[in-house]
Design a protein around this ligand. Structure first.
Ligand SMILES: NC(=O)c1ccc[n+]([C@@H]2O[C@H](COP(=O)([O-])OP(=O)(O)OC[C@H]3O[C@@H](n4cnc5c(N)ncnc54)[C@H](O)[C@@H]3O)[C@@H](O)[C@H]2O)c1
Length: 437
């Protein structure tokens, strides 16, 4: 099939590349001319495991093209995926301005039989709004579908090519069948292709993310309590997880959730509820709990040094909002660094992939170390924010040699407290009693 993808970010680029890889001809459109120029030179502007090789292969085969020219991307496309950002507006609702701009921009170029599909996460009613808007612009009744994306950054290719499920929201069965055909190469292990109304499909995406965020805020809240009452959250987690009604997934305590999806989607669903006169009590609590959790590491560090952080050298491991991505949008590391800088600490940070994105935010206000160990030189303490594999089994003796004080604040519970004590570290994890040598 001939496919147009509008918005060549994390979702659009992965979507376009994977559809090209299954034999379709895909043109990816973006307004960011520099991004498109880099892609045309074979450079992938984001870090996503496996993506570069796939882009290269499909571009070389002539199945994957990149453009800033709307007509070139849209005029032949049988299916047009919209994958632009839908960031939060000031009131928490989804800001659809980029999406409406795109709808207006593509309208004059669409084939009369084209199917327009929203892959962006959009509030319920957006598909219906696009149908109306396209009809007003073109005089035609365009076919519009919803197809929310469930990929996880860091495992995006795997998730796209082997999805747990594909959800589409359509008005007519024929559109569902065309989309099923497109996804068939990715459904060979019989994972379900679920067809529903656009409204249910739009809602499904928000509910999925909000429930995952709820699990995280829940476990973080009880972890904070565990810490005060000498219970160990990891023991409690094991104690509850073997109950088949509960399970283990997404119940790891930490430094709060970040990224471009959970924070904004929880707020957007809450805004949607309020606009319908439904009080989003749980969603509001999930969001607030998370905002507070993102402060926990900074508070622990400040408490340890009795608020005297000025001039103290503090090492930070992990800047991306989660491992295997370079994405730092809404990352807990940003809250921590802001706090440390506000208290005039000296921050030296390390991340395997995300340092350029954080440098773009802070410039030379913080230092970046080429290796994790070098970040520790002369540090008064280490704060671990992201659970990269690289940090899981470090050389503790070398760490202690490099640091001024062997003190670790671990926002991801990577190590065993008893082992840390025996190695001479003070160790502060989430939801566990602090240990000191
Ligand atoms: N990132 C994820 O893990 C993820 C997962 C599932 C769903 N989503 C949803 O997918 C959507 C996109 O997210 P993302 O992370 O890929 O965003 P992104 O910011 O990485 O990419 C959006 C792209 O759209 C481009 N763009 C903006 N306006 C445009 C226009 N008028 N014409 C053409 N291109 C334009 C931007 O330049 C950018 O490259 C959001 O709604 C998000 O909630 C994201």
């Amino acid at each position: 099939m001939k496919i147009g993808v509008v918005g060549t970010g994390y979702v659009g680029l992965v979507t376009g590349t994977c559809f090209a890889d299954s034999g379709n001809t895909v043109t990816c459109l973006d307004i960011d001319a520099e991004k498109i120029a880099r892609l045309r030179r074979g450079e992938v502007p984001i870090y996503e495991p496996g993506l570069e090789e796939l882009v290269e292969r499909n571009a070389a085969a002539g199945r994957l093209r990149f453009t800033t020219d709307t007509s070139a991307a849209i005029r032949d496309a049988e299916v047009v995926f919209l994958a632009v950002g839908t960031p939060p507006a000031a009131d928490g609702s989804a800001d659809l301005s980029a999406l409406w701009k795109v709808v207006d921009g593509i309208a004059p170029h669409l084939r009369p039989d084209a199917i327009v599909v929203t892959k962006s996460t959009v509030p319920v009613g957006t598909c219906a709004g696009i149908e109306k808007r396209l009809e007003a612009r073109t005089g035609l009744r365009c076919r519009v579908a919803s197809n929310p994306e469930f990929l996880k950054e860091g495992a995006a290719i795997e998730d796209f090519q082997k999805p747990d499920r594909v959800v589409v929201g359509v008005r007519t069965a024929d559109v569902g069948e065309i989309l099923r055909g497109l996804y068939l190469p990715f459904l060979r292990t019989e994972n379900p292709f679920l067809v529903m109304s656009p409204e249910s499909s739009e809602m499904t995406k928000y509910v999925a993310n909000a429930l995952l965020a709820t699990k995280i805020s829940f476990i973080n809240e009880v972890a904070n309590l565990c810490e005060k009452i000498e219970a160990d959250i990891d023991d409690v987690r094991r104690g509850i997880g073997h109950d088949s009604r509960i399970g283990f997934a997404f119940l790891f305590p930490g430094a709060g959730y970040g990224g471009s999806c959970f924070p904004k989607d929880v707020q957007a669903l809450a805004a949607m509820a309020r606009s319908q006169g439904v009080q989003p009590r749980i969603l509001a609590a999930v969001h607030e709990t998370n905002l507070a959790q993102k402060q926990v590491l900074g508070e622990k560090v400040a408490a340890h040094f009795a608020g005297r952080l000025a001039g103290k050298r503090i090492a930070v491991w992990g800047l991306a909002f989660k491992p295997r991505t370079d994405d730092v949008r809404d990352a807990p590391s940003i809250d921590l660094i802001d706090r440390l800088l506000a208290e005039q600490a000296e921050v030296t940070a390390h991340d395997p992939e995300a340092m350029p994105n954080v440098r773009a935010l802070y410039g030379d206000r913080i230092r970046f170390a080429p290796t994790a160990l070098e970040a520790l030189d002369g540090a008064e303490c280490l704060v671990i924010v992201t659970e990269w594999g690289d940090y899981r089994r470090p050389d503790f003796d070398e760490m202690a040699r490099r640091m001024r004080n062997p003190v670790i604040f671990d926002g991801r519970n990577l190590y065993q407290p008893a082992e840390m004590r025996s190695r001479g570290f003070s160790y502060f994890a989430i939801g566990k009693a602090a240990v000191r040598p």
